[in-house]
Design a protein. Structure first.
Length: 214
């Protein structure tokens, strides 16, 4: 069931023009940050990748450039408009999307080499974040990686006025929790290790990668 506090799930106009809106609110920086994040991930050509909150297919199409025919990308989303856009944009034999609520158990166990989750997890409560991360952990092979492209850790009250204003307008209360939470502890508590955080736009946007223990 959709969380009314969260703003992660979008519908209608917002869903249809999501990529354009995201570019505007990041002053055109989002595409470059996303490209940088995917480059840092150093994808192997035969990886099986789960793209959570796959949206319009932008992320999947970029990652597909790094894969050969043995690689595979599966997207999860719950918004029909997004799923339709994904299917129109990512027309590859080894790329597909399924409608799935990530709070529910995933229909894949020990299957993926990597799970990529982009600007999604910050929009869930701490309790639901744990559920999602456990689902991700179960879906990964031993030694598989989670890559989280999202906000980093920063103190909201010490930020410039325009940063605070944009954040208040764009984000839900859960995002304020997320930026204050210890990212390494969040992941190691679930069964990940080797947590590495790359700053992409200072502390504001980061790529956090960790490896499944067992």
């Amino acid at each position: 069931m959709e969380d009314k506090i969260s703003r992660v799930t979008i519908h209608g106009f917002m869903a249809k023009y999501y990529d354009t809106i995201l570019n505007l609110i990041t002053f055109g920086k989002y595409p470059g940050l996303l490209n940088k994040a995917i480059e840092i991930m150093n994808l192997k050509s035969d990886e099986k990748i789960l793209d959570i909150g796959a949206g319009s297919g932008r992320n999947a199409c970029l990652m597909h450039n790094y894969l050969n025919d043995n690689g595979e990308i599966l997207g999860f989303d719950i918004e029909p408009v997004m799923i339709h856009q994904f299917k129109k944009k990512c027309v590859f034999d080894n790329t597909k999307i399924e409608k799935h609520d990530i709070i529910e158990p995933f229909p894949y166990v020990d299957y993926f080499d990597r799970v990529f989750i982009s600007f999604v997890i910050h929009g869930f409560s701490r309790e639901n974040r744990k559920i999602i991360l456990k689902n991700i952990n179960k879906s990964l092979k031993k030694g598989g990686k989670i890559s989280i492209f999202d906000y980093g850790n920063f103190k909201f009250e010490s930020q410039p006025f325009f940063i605070k204003t944009i954040f208040k307008i764009a984000e839900c209360p859960y995002a304020f929790e997320y930026i204050s939470d210890d990212r390494e502890k969040m992941l190691t508590d679930i069964g990940f290790n080797n947590v590495k955080i790359n700053e992409l736009a200072g502390k504001y946007v980061t790529l956090t990668t960790a490896i499944k223990n067992s």
